[in-house]
Design a protein around this ligand. Structure first.
Ligand SMILES: [Zn+2]
Length: 342
């Protein structure tokens, strides 16, 4: 299987093959989402900047059209020249590496990119809850921690046998099933049991960009959309909290920036993480759409109901070129079309 995949990946790099599938991409656009970028000076291990350059370079050389999220929504609403396989880039959360690493690279390729800002994070009022968990598991000197999660005792071994990541992921996943307040209490309890003191502000590798950074990025072509104030899973929040998280994050963006994009990004991004309640708030605020983290293309077939513009799908931007080609060329689109007819 590995041999066949190898040949397939090599074929994808031959320009003629992907172009055969261009008919399948003409009616859709591909939105990519990205998260962290490797930033050695700050000890951040993320998406390799050189791979991002290679991907952008490939797309440019092969005449893929880079459009902004605003332009995409205009075209989805029939106000433009069609989707034509255009490519849109988005980044989630608003970390410092988005300003210091990603923004200059996207500017280099004259490629629009929208960063979804968690505004309380940029305000310096919090650090991301999953980063707190990572910090606790990374720095604890204890061999193991036993903790009560939703009435069930769970034992985590921290004995340095290379399982720190899976232990941490397990804890993060369990947190996603809790109300926001319970989640924060559980993380505080984990810190206590692991004998780790969480600093008030995030350490450099978990730091946000500042609003000053965001304004500089805006000058270079990056735009910003709302992504809540504190990054809770909205469907697990009360109505008051959900409404405040959406309204306040949009109003902070409008207060701090020149051209905020009226497109929301759901924390965690699954279809179970929001509902008609959240979409009602967007409509009240006059936002034009929202993106999820579930994979899929943006196309006119997304218009399955009146709220279609608040459920636009995205793909994770792949680090390997053959995977990128598969998404943008129309091959992945063909695959999905065949699968939906089986
Ligand atoms: Zn996020």
């Amino acid at each position: 299987m590995g041999f066949i995949r190898n040949i397939y990946h090599r074929l994808l790099l031959v320009p003629a093959l992907p172009s055969i599938f261009s008919f399948a991409r003409s009616s859709c656009a591909t939105i990519f989402m990205m998260h962290r970028f490797t930033h050695k000076d700050r000890g951040i291990d993320g998406f390799d900047p050189e791979q991002l350059r290679k991907g952008l370079d490939y797309l440019r050389r092969n005449n893929y059209e880079f459009i902004s999220l605003t332009e995409l929504f205009a075209r989805l609403n029939g106000n433009g020249v069609g989707l034509n396989g255009a490519v849109v880039f988005t980044i989630d959360d608003g970390y410092v590496d988005h300003a210091e690493i990603a923004a200059p690279i996207f500017a280099e390729y004259d490629c629009p990119v929208t960063t979804f800002a968690t505004t309380g994070f940029l305000d310096g009022k919090l650090w991301m809850w999953w980063n707190k968990i990572e910090f606790i598991f990374k720095t604890s000197a204890r061999q193991s921690v036993e903790i009560d999660i939703a009435g069930k005792k769970v034992l985590y071994n921290l004995n340095g046998n290379g399982n720190a990541m899976s232990v941490q992921d397990d804890f993060v996943e369990r947190c996603k099933f809790l109300d926001n307040e319970d989640k924060l209490l559980l993380i505080a309890s984990l810190a206590e049991k692991a004998e780790v003191i969480l600093p008030d502000s995030p350490p450099v590798m978990y730091a946000p960009m500042t609003w000053g950074d965001a304004r500089n990025c805006e000058k270079g072509g990056m735009t910003f959309g709302p992504h809540t104030v504190t990054h809770p899973i909205l469907s697990r929040s009360t109505t008051e909290v959900a409404e405040w998280e959406i309204t306040e994050s949009w109003s902070r963006l409008c207060a701090e920036l020149q051209n905020p994009v009226p497109v929301f990004c759901y924390p965690n991004g699954q279809f179970s993480d929001f509902g008609p309640r959240e979409i009602g708030v967007f409509k009240k605020l006059g936002l034009s759409g929202a993106v999820v983290g579930a994979p899929g293309f943006a196309d006119l077939q997304s218009k399955t109901d009146n709220d279609w513009s608040f459920k636009i799908r995205r793909f994770s931007f792949p680090e390997k070129l053959p995977a990128l080609i598969q998404y943008v060329s129309g091959i992945e689109r063909c695959k999905l079309m065949v699968r939906s007819r089986l």
